[in-house]
Design a protein around this ligand. Structure first.
Ligand code: AP5
Ligand code: ZN
Length: 214
């Protein structure tokens, strides 16, 4: 099962992608996580990506496409995978389709997690990410057992650099301009499924499981 998660920044793509990956035992491939790991390790890719990410802009397509195309060809992706944060532009979607067609494959589902802009800034300001394992929490909606400490690994939680309200507003603008056209793209490809992302995390997940099957 090959799945794309679509949705505005903070819609809950990462939250749902992790749950899908665990239930169906497939890799979760998040381009945002890959860039953040590269930034943390001070790689050349990380340094390049950081200048765009800190401004709320998309990293150029050429820095993203090969990375994902190489990743989905690895052995652990044979039974499927869930893409989170990719594709994000029409050229990225076209490059993915082309690379998959060349190996006789195609995506099965594009799941759009739909959340209005009004809810997004509030969600982002309450989001906390673990510096150790990258797990994501929310002060109000997905709290940890001990405030400020990751349930999974015990490390410290931080507010992401790009979750400041000004940057979130910028990212929302970029989303509407560059990523939202993918809704039409995947509607035309007849693989788009839209789910209401404003309800409780487990209710969003149940709707997704109803679509994907047990
Ligand atoms: P990326 O990391 O992909 O960020 P994003 O798309 O902006 O998405 P987020 O991770 O912010 O949100 P999410 O939808 O995963 O929400 P989450 O589950 O955490 O990308 C970051 C940057 O990297 C980009 O801006 C760009 O610069 C670059 N980049 C990445 N991929 C790229 C690409 N392909 N091309 C070019 N550039 C790229 O949930 C948010 C919060 O809400 C959490 O606290 C969560 O606990 C809470 N929450 C989740 N669901 C619910 C719910 N149902 N109810 C209440 N709270 C909820
Ligand atoms: Zn952790």
């Amino acid at each position: 099962m090959k799945i794309i998660m679509l949705g505005a920044p903070g819609a809950g793509k990462g939250t749902q992608a992790k749950k899908i990956a665990a239930k169906y035992d497939i890799p979760h491939i998040s381009t945002g996580d890959i860039f953040r790991a590269n930034i943390k390790n001070g790689t050349e890719l990380g340094n390049k990506a950081k200048t765009y990410m800190d401004q709320g802009l998309l990293v150029p397509d050429e820095l993203v496409v090969d990375l994902v195309v190489d990743r989905v060809k690895q052995d652990d992706c044979k039974k499927g995978y869930v893409l989170d944060g990719f594709p994000r532009t029409i050229p990225q979607a076209e490059a993915l389709d082309k690379a998959l067609a060349a190996i006789g494959e195609k995506m099965d589902y594009a799941i759009d997690v739909n959340v209005p802009d009004e809810n997004i800034v509030h969600r982002m300001s309450g989001r906390r990410a673990c510096v150790g394992c990258g797990a994501t929490y929310h002060l109000e909606y997905a709290p940890t057992k001990t405030e400020g400490i990751c349930d999974a690994c015990g490390k410290e939680l931080i507010l992401r650099d790009d979750d400041k309200p000004e940057t979130v507003k910028k990212r929302l603008g970029v989303y509407h301009e560059q990523t939202q056209p993918l809704i039409d793209y995947y509607t035309n490809a007849k693989i788009l499924k839209t789910v209401d992302g404003t309800v409780d995390i487990n209710d969003v997940f149940q709707t997704i499981v109803d679509i994907l099957g047990e």
